[in-house]
Design a protein around this ligand. Structure first.
Ligand code: PEP
Ligand code: MN
Length: 363
């Protein structure tokens, strides 16, 4: 299939605005011409992929690893597009990379996590994009900072780019964890809340860092009503030149997409809406009660504060706090509440209590 530049632009435009979920896949890195073309063909054969990705310049954490094939890989990507009819997307981090990608008709650009953290680099890319009409996806920065992510969005928008989207690829943390990059879903949800007009795509590959949890991470993003998925695929994942542990074959990708339960944010059934409305009212009611109980709890904390003040006792008494937490973990576990939630909830409760008591002590 061969598309003219104009029809390809229209295809990308329509994918961007109305294809949901938008599925982007391809290798972490373009390695050889045959690897790129075979991956693209096998992806297209699944009939489930909307756009081809490939890393051409790879920002690797440590030197000495494969740092991308460079400009040499761009004609392979153009060829992959010609063969499959699928538009392409590439990561760019410098003005020169933007120029090279554009000269090989890359259809969508993305800014990587290591670039989003650096306003100088984002500005350089944004300046190179001035006057260009191309969609740009912006990955979250590697550190959990929504302002940096927002700043990158603003820099690209100020350069005149109209179609900006977000990619959630998780956040680095020190030490081992289940994930390569902690998803911190609440941050992506907050970014989505602040920017409802920007499409948000999940990158389960870089969140997971391994194949066995890709399905669960993808499902979670679908349940959170993301607009699409970017998943790395390779014809021989174990021997990939980068990110070998997290890549899957095109056929495995098709299975993964098949096994996802696609939920709709909204459906048009009156019965469903009525049932949902009832449940929502229950939630509102319970939230009101919780709020009242919390206010009562603070009033008791105020009394304790008064008592401590009269008897010159410190506000924080570690033993008592440990006792409260132990009790809460036990009770919470029995009621199906996670330790993580109980910890966060009690931390917030404790801080509010201390603030109340502080006020009383110093009045
Ligand atoms: C990539 O998509 O291959 C990549 C380098 O991603 P990130 O910027 O999320 O690390
Ligand atoms: Mn990768």
């Amino acid at each position: 299939m061969q598309a003219t530049d104009q029809t390809m632009k229209e295809q990308v435009q329509s994918l961007w605005t109305s294809k949901r979920p938008l599925i982007i896949s391809g290798p972490c890195s373009a390695e050889t011409e045959s690897q790129m073309l075979e991956t693209a063909q096998r992806l297209a054969a699944t009939g489930k992929v909307d756009m081809l990705r490939a890393g051409i310049w790879k920002p690797r954490t440590r030197p000495g690893m494969f740092e991308g094939i460079g400009v040499k890989g761009l004609p392979w990507l153009l060829q992959a597009k010609k063969i499959t009819g699928l538009p392409t997307t590439v990561e760019v981090a410098t003005a020169k990379q933007v120029e090279d990608a554009l000269s090989f008709d890359v259809d969508v650009l993305w800014i990587g996590a290591r670039t989003t953290v650096n306003p100088f680099s984002v500005q350089e890319v944004a300046d190179a994009l001035r006057g260009v009409d191309i969609p740009v996806l912006i990955k979250n920065p590697i550190n959990p900072d929504l302002e940096l992510w927002t700043g990158a969005v603003e820099r690209v928008q100020k350069a005149g780019i109209k179609q900006v989207g977000l990619i959630h690829r998780g956040f680095s943390s020190y030490g081992n964890s289940e994930y390569r990059n902690a998803p911190m879903w609440h941050l992506a949800i907050e970014m989505k809340r602040r920017n409802p007009e920007l499409p948000i795509i999940c990158d389960p590959s870089h969140i997971s860092g391994r194949r066995d949890i890709l399905q669960a991470v993808s499902q979670k993003s679908v349940d959170l009503d993301y607009d699409g998925l970017m998943i790395e695929s390779h014809i021989d994942p174990d021997n990939a030149w980068s990110d070998a542990k997290q890549q899957i074959t095109p056929e495995r990708l098709a299975e993964l997409l098949n096994d996802i339960v696609w939920r709709k944010e909204d459906v048009n059934s009156e019965e469903y809406h009525a049932a949902l409305e009832k449940l929502r009212q229950q939630i509102n009611h319970l939230d009101d009660e919780l709020m009242q109980i919390l206010a009562q709890r603070m009033k008791v904390a105020d009394k304790i504060g008064q008592y401590k003040k009269e008897n010159s006792i410190t506000i924080l008494q570690t033993n008592r706090w440990n006792e409260i937490l132990e009790r809460a973990f036990k009770k919470g576990e029995a009621m199906g509440l996670s330790k993580e939630f109980i910890t966060k909830y009690y931390d917030a409760l404790h801080m509010e209590s201390i603030n109340h008591q502080n006020k009383i002590m110093n009045d």
